[in-house]
Structures are given as C-alpha cells and as structure tokens.
Ligand binder design. Structure first.
Ligand SMILES: Nc1ncnc2c1ncn2[C@@H]1O[C@H](COP(=O)(O)OP(=O)(O)OP(=O)(O)O)[C@@H](O)[C@H]1O
Ligand SMILES: [Mg+2]
Length: 439
C-alpha cells in the first residue's frame, strides 16, 4: 500500500493554462498545479457555482506572493470556493480548523511511539510545506494570538524549523500555498454573532492578501437549488431564494414592502438554504398527512434556532410567500397520468426514504404532439441495489438499455438517481404513467 509520503513525493508540478482550467477557454496565462490528483485532492463538485470572489482567488493562485485571507458570513461558500479551485489544479489540500485551544504542535507535528521507537509525525503545515500542498486554514480568527505569532515566519516565506525533530528545517516548496478563511476580517467581531473570534494582532493580519465574499446572487442560488434538487418545482426554488434574501435583509435591519421591520437574530446562509431545500424534498410524504413540507423543513433548517417571536414572524412570512405549500402533492396513481410539477412532487413524495432493495420503477411517456393515445416515446427507470436500469425508446418497441452503476449514481443512491432523472424527463414533457413498488 502506498503511504501518504510516497504519494506526495510522486507529485508532478505542471504549468496549466488558467483560462482553460477555470473557464474552459485558453487565455495564455499560466498557473501552477499538478499533473495528477492525490487522495488529498478534493473531489470536483459539478454543482459548484464559482462566485465573483473566486476571481480574486484565481488571481492569487496565478501569483501567490502572499498568503490569502478570505472572510465573509458563515455558510456563504468560502471554504468550498478555495477547495473547488484547488481541485481544478489538483492540489493536495491540508485542512485545519482554528479554535481557541489549537497549539502550534497541532500544525507542525509531534513525536509519537511507533513499534517501540520514537518517530516524528509531521502535521499538516509541515507536510504542505514539504511537498507543495495547499494549507486551508479555516476559522483562523479563532486561534490564540501566540499561535498566530508562531506563523509569522512561515507566512513571510521562511523555512519551518522543527525543534522537536532535531531542529529540522523545512524550506517551503515552490508550490506551497497558505489560504485562510474566517467570518471576520481579523479586526474583531462587530456584530456579536461570531463568539470566540479574536481581534488579530496587526502584524499577523498585515501579512495577508484580503478577499471578501458574500452570499451568492439570487440567480446563482436558484440555479443551485434547481440543479441539486430537480424534484423541487422551479417556482418553489425561486420563492425559497426570495424568502432567504428577505430574511437576510431583515437580519441586517433593512425592511421591505413584503415584511415589516423586525430585528431578527437568525439569517439564512447558503448552507441552511440548501438544507431547507433538501428537507423539503425529504418531507414531501408529510403532505399527505396535512403537514406543509416547506414550513416543517423551515423549522428544522433554521427557525428552531430563533426565539419565539422571530419564529412566529418566519412562519407568518412563509405563509404569505408559500400560499400553496400546504396542498398535498400525493395523489393516487390510478387517477390517470400526472405531468409537470404535480408529477415531480408525487414522485418525490413517493420515492423519498425508499430503499433500492424495493426496486422502485417509474414509467414515463411522451405522446406525439402531446396527444393521448398517440404512441410516442417511453422511458422506464428502475432503481436496484446495483444501480439504475434505464430503458427508453419508441412505445411498443424494446428500445435501448443503459445501466448506471450505483457508484456513478447521485450520492451513490440509485433511488435518488431515478428521482432526479425522472424529474428531468417530466420537465421535458413526459408524463408519469405508472410507478411500481413505491410506497
Ligand atoms: N457557490 C456555491 N455553489 C455550490 N454550493 C455552494 C456555493 N456556496 C456555498 N455552497 C454550499 O454551501 C455550503 C456551505 O459552504 P462552505 O462550508 O464553503 O461555507 P463557508 O463560507 O466556509 O462557511 P463557514 O464560515 O461557516 O466556514 C456547502 O455545502 C457548499 O457546498
Ligand atoms: Mg468554512
């Protein structure tokens, strides 16, 4: 088995075209990266939408003269943005999360007993410096000033001296990168929201190139929801994003026509918005019992964290913005074919929490000119434990067959893959004819 050290020693630095790597179009500007990914290279998230702030990070990757400090509100995508850019360059990423009790040795390494011998175990900072990795230091504004001061030399580009390992000197590899993320800009927390953050020593803060990031634009967040949760109707995604932005405005003390001014103590991050959408899909079956999935999910994604008054206000706003959220999406299958958003909601409700062992099957049909009784195309998807089995083609013919192995399915879940693919087809004008083995 290859050890981490062997894997990292084999890294091959390459010069890549920055335009090609980040935008798909050659630009002639070169950026350094690696030929192959390692086990520490983050996987590429195809749904990730690069926000405007990624421009600053790309420029920094091209000429990283100084370490990077990215700050912004919680859950806006700071860590993910750096991780996803590093993934495109195939950097091994060493992640550390700052906290009040973090010690310098947690970064550099320590002596440990292995098979009766004392050996030195390198920490993330030493490994990243030695092999040319990216040290992603999250929540750096939570670390104690003395730990921060210990990093000054490294931030200036000096070698790391490991006194505990006989004074070993680790010079920085030319591809070593240091990026930090934090909720404050290092000047302390003015809002009182980020408990434990420390006002950074000016000499520490002064060593970084700064970059600010906010929540993604409404259009980007809407696209994110639509892509990640195709079972959610488009209109619902749009209102959810509008709702999140309304809450953000209220949190900032602004008010609009649609809601009165009210100082609230919680806000929507992109993280909690995605959680809300995910839970809304998962709670669809509750609609059959008269429970609104959207508001039920809202409580669990955000509102339970708020005080009683704010929670009441969040619900009141939700009732106004989602007037049809309580309508049941469930309908007996023998009521005739379902189409569009109604069919998507029905499938979502019935395929949530279903195991692939139950082999749920969905049959969709698209009639020629949309007329019933006029043979057209069939699409039959079946989720099984080994993956998704697809058959498609003209109605009445054997059609073509495709197998999507479980490993290649969305979140390795054949039922989720079936739900998402069926939802896409329903958007293309297919109707739901029959579904078998689904609750
Ligand atoms: N532009 C985006 N595209 C896709 N997903 C996003 C985007 N922005 C944020 N997310 C998602 O939102 C979640 C939160 O992102 P992340 O953890 O990177 O936020 P953060 O700003 O580092 O938060 P914190 O300050 O709490 O560490 C992740 O699941 C991430 O995938
Ligand atoms: Mg983070």
């Amino acid at each position: 088995m290859t050890t981490l050290h062997e894997e990292l020693s084999g890294l091959q630095p390459v010069e890549l075209d920055a335009g090609l790597v980040f935008g798909g179009k050659a630009s002639g500007t070169l950026v350094q990266g690696y030929a192959d990914a390692t086990s520490l290279t983050p996987p590429i998230d195809p749904h990730f939408r690069f926000p405007e702030a990624s421009r600053d990070v790309i420029v920094w990757f091209i000429s990283p003269d100084e370490p990077l400090y990215m700050f912004g509100p919680t859950g806006c995508g700071k860590s993910s943005c750096i991780r996803q850019l590093a993934a495109r360059l195939k950097y091994p990423v060493f992640e550390v999360t700052g906290h009040g009790r973090l010690e310098f040795a947690d970064l550099v390494g320590h002596l440990s007993l292995k098979e009766g011998n004392m050996t030195y175990e390198y920490g993330p900072l030493a490994l990243a410096m030695r092999y040319g990795g990216l040290l992603l230091f999250n929540e750096i504004d939570l670390i104690a000033p003395e730990v921060a001061a210990g990093l000054h030399g490294v931030l200036d580009g000096s070698p790391l001296c490991i006194s505990e390992n006989g004074g070993e000197l680790v010079p920085p590899h030319p591809l070593f990168r240091f990026a930090a993320t934090a909720n404050t800009n290092g000047g302390g927390d003015e809002t009182g929201l980020y408990q434990g953050t420390q006002r950074q020593n000016l000499a520490f803060a002064d060593r970084f190139l700064l970059c600010e990031m906010g929540y993604p634009d409404a259009a980007v967040e809407e696209e994110l929801l639509r892509e990640r949760f195709p079972a959610l109707p488009q209109q619902l995604c749009r209102i959810m994003v509008d709702y999140a932005n309304e809450i953000r405005r209220q949190f900032m003390g602004e008010h609009s026509d649609s809601a009165p001014a009210h100082a609230i103590e919680v806000t929507f991050s992109t993280r909690s918005l995605l959680r809300w959408a995910d839970l809304t899909v998962r709670y669809q079956p509750l609609a059959r019992h008269g429970i609104q999935p959207v508001t039920y999910a809202l409580d669990r994604a955000l509102a339970f964290r708020a005080g009683r008054e704010t929670r009441a206000m969040l619900h009141e706003l939700a009732q106004r913005m989602f007037p049809h959220a309580g309508e049941s999406s469930a309908r007996p299958a023998d009521d005739g074919p379902l189409s569009g958003d109604e069919a998507i909601q029905f499938l979502t409700g019935n395929l949530t929490g279903v195991s692939a062992n139950a082999c749920p099957t969905v049959l969709l049909r698209k009639t020629r000119n949309g007329e019933e009784g006029n043979p057209g195309k069939d699409w039959r998807g079946e989720a099984r434990p080994d993956g998704m089995h697809l058959r498609f083609g003209r109605t009445g013919t054997v059609g073509q067959y495709r197998h999507i192995p479980a490993d290649a399915c969305c979140r390795k879940d054949p039922v989720l893959e079936l739900r998402q693919r069926a939802a896409r087809k329903l958007r293309e004008g297919y109707v739901l004819v029959r579904e078998e083995n689904i609750r």
